[in-house]
Design a protein around this ligand. Structure first.
Ligand code: HEM
Length: 317
């Protein structure tokens, strides 16, 4: 028998012996098993059966599919973040490469917002959106997980309460003061609208667990735990800043402009959002002040956060 085959058989024998399994049985199984196909591996039939419209408007299909694509990309981002978080020997190269990979996904989502901006007829959107109330992309759990996995909780606390929140506050208390509570909570009465109440009912426990897991392994804490010389590495610094900017300014503004296009009325006022937030104010980066890595930006850059999209932000050299 050819040497390489002998070697492979020996390795297989060792593998199955170690698991208390009989190699012959597995070889017999191999003999009868069907070949793998693209459609079984990628699960195309299952994937393509997930697009179910609530109305007959053709453009609702664009709306559903584009959101699903976003969710798949969010999953890819979380997957990459996890590679950094679980790495016990984090190097500058590995960290930067992963950050750029994550950023490329976000860049793709930001630039592809035109698919939404130009992809649907406003008249169709204005009609099918009424079947979606009180749901909103706001209720994307993965979007929130990306935030929890990217930075420390203090940077996600509503800017108005940040000074008063102790960094060691219990997770449930921090949760009540996250910046996105402003989309659905009356801070005077504590009452939450359906958008927020439904979201929390479904995901609150999962979020608290996730927050605990990433409390010490989020990207910002990973960065801070590096030795000083690595922290000053230009490639890494630019990768961190690029990710912060592309998600928290570029994507946010692309999203805001898409919302503006579909929700603007002829008289200059705007439609109420399906989620019911005061969206024109709520969605702006200069209001939310969601910045994952604030210490990596200058005072001037922080002052101008989100204003004019901060297009001219400096690449460090
Ligand atoms: C025409 C398309 C879209 C419109 C008009 C739109 C509109 C809105 C509005 C008005 C809000 C504020 C919350 C509310 O009251 O509903 C919101 C939030 C949100 N949407 Fe969209 N959206 C669109 C597409 C998308 C897409 C494709 C995604 C990707 C999953 C998405 C994800 C989100 C997220 C994550 C939030 C929460 C943002 C935050 O808390 O800062 N949206 N959207």
């Amino acid at each position: 028998m050819e040497e390489n085959r002998k070697h492979l058989l020996q390795k297989l024998e060792e593998k199955f012996d170690a698991a208390g399994q009989d190699l012959n049985t597995h070889l017999e199984g191999l003999l009868h098993a069907n070949y793998i196909t693209y459609w079984d591996y990628i699960k195309t039939d299952a994937l393509l059966s997930l697009q179910q419209q609530r109305t007959q408007f053709p453009d609702e299909m664009v709306f559903i599919m584009y959101h699903q694509i976003n969710e798949i990309i969010f999953k890819m981002m979380l997957w990459e973040i996890e590679q950094v978080s679980s790495n016990k020997n984090l190097t500058v190269d590995f960290f930067s490469e992963k950050l750029y990979r994550i950023s490329r996904y976000v860049d793709m989502l930001s630039s592809s917002f035109d698919v939404m901006g130009e992809g649907m007829q406003i008249e169709q959107y204005q009609k099918f959106r009424h079947t979606l109330t009180p749901a909103s992309g706001f209720q994307s759990a993965q979007y929130r997980k990306i935030e929890f996995a990217s930075t420390e909780l203090i940077n996600l606390i509503d800017n108005r309460f940040r000074e008063d929140i102790d960094r060691n506050t219990p997770f449930s208390h921090a949760f009540e003061h996250l910046y996105w509570q402003a989309a659905g909570k009356d801070h005077k009465t504590g009452k939450k609208n359906a958008l927020l109440a439904n979201f929390e009912k479904k995901y609150m426990d999962d979020f608290i667990d996730f927050m605990k897991t990433y409390n010490t392994t989020n990207l910002w804490t990973c960065y801070k735990s590096l030795p000083d010389d690595k922290k000053k590495n230009i490639k890494l610094l630019n990768a961190m800043r690029h990710y912060d900017h592309t998600l928290n300014v570029k994507w946010v503004m692309a999203h805001y402009h898409a919302a503006g296009k579909y929700l603007a009325k002829d008289d200059g006022t705007v439609e109420e959002a399906t989620g019911g937030s005061d969206w024109r104010k709520y969605m702006l980066p200069q209001y939310q002040r969601r910045i994952f890595f604030p210490e990596l930006w200058s005072a001037e850059e922080l002052k101008n956060w989100g204003i004019d999209n901060l297009e001219g932000y400096t690449i460090l050299t």
